[in-house]
Design a protein around this ligand. Structure first.
Ligand SMILES: O=C(O)[C@H](O)[C@@H](O)[C@H](O)[C@H](O)COP(=O)(O)O
Length: 230
């Protein structure tokens, strides 16, 4: 399932999404004493990150992580971690805990199993998930071109998996569809006409292996809130 929220300008979307997410995080902390959020990298979320960072929230009780990360050093311009440190873990949000997806020297089985245990212990199920979407219909690092696509979408996959996209650079570590879709609050943040067309194509078809975002749009038990601006 999905709902579409359209905004005329990106900064209005950013403010509205930050308000909504702040309320959800606050409610989760009030209920459980802690909250977790997975955000996406890419070029779209910067303004949203900066708006959310200014919210007065009990950030010390909030864990921030990424829906996916590229296996690159934090000083690389391709690092989503760097993007989050520079734009979200600032201002009020500087007090949040960050759960790193790139831990250990290599992205091997041992690294993944340690990471999965730590995620299970500290942040799953995610209270809030913010997804982006690529023009090929990928979301997080659930890439249609990858050999791991079945594992990306399988309901019994581990929360964190290794993905090697064939049409995008870098080895990735990504939350699986199952782990992301287990969140009660899944958002898809996109902007521009091209993404609107991609969304229309995704909505019109069924095959999630072809466009992984479809898994979030069509699953009856997931209500994906789409935030789109011009
Ligand atoms: O690390 C990443 O690349 C992502 O998390 C990815 O899923 C991203 O959200 C989309 O590719 C959209 O990226 P843009 O916002 O740059 O279009």
């Amino acid at each position: 399932m999905y709902q579409i929220n359209e905004f005329q300008q990106r900064h209005i979307l950013d403010a509205a999404l930050a308000d909504r997410v702040a309320n959800l995080l606050l409610a989760a902390v009030a209920e459980k004493g802690k909250a977790s959020i997975a955000v996406s990298g890419g070029s779209t979320p910067k303004g949203f990150f900066q708006a959310l960072a200014k919210k007065k929230l009990p950030w010390h009780a909030i864990t921030v992580t990424l829906a996916d990360e590229r296996w690159v050093n934090i000083d690389s311009s391709a690092s989503n971690t760097q993007l989050v440190y520079e734009n979200l873990l600032q201002d009020e949000a500087a007090g949040a805990t960050f759960f790193h997806l790139k831990q250990g020297k290599t992205c091997c089985e041992q690294t993944l199993s340690t990471l999965n245990l730590a995620a299970e212990r500290t942040l799953l199920p995610l209270d809030v998930v913010i997804l982006g979407m690529g023009e090929d219909g990928h979301t997080a690092s659930l890439f249609p071109c990858s050999d791991e696509i079945d594992q990306c979408l399988a309901l019994d996959s581990p929360a964190l998996i290794k993905v090697e996209p064939k049409t995008a650079p870098h080895q990735r570590i990504s939350f699986s569809f199952a782990a992301l879709a287990a969140s009660a609050n899944v958002f898809l943040h996109i902007s521009g006409e091209a993404k609107k067309q991609v969304l229309a194509t995704a909505i019109a078809g069924e095959d999630s292996r072809e466009m992984p975002i479809r898994a979030f749009l069509h699953a009856p038990n997931v209500n994906t809130q789409i935030y789109w601006a011009e």
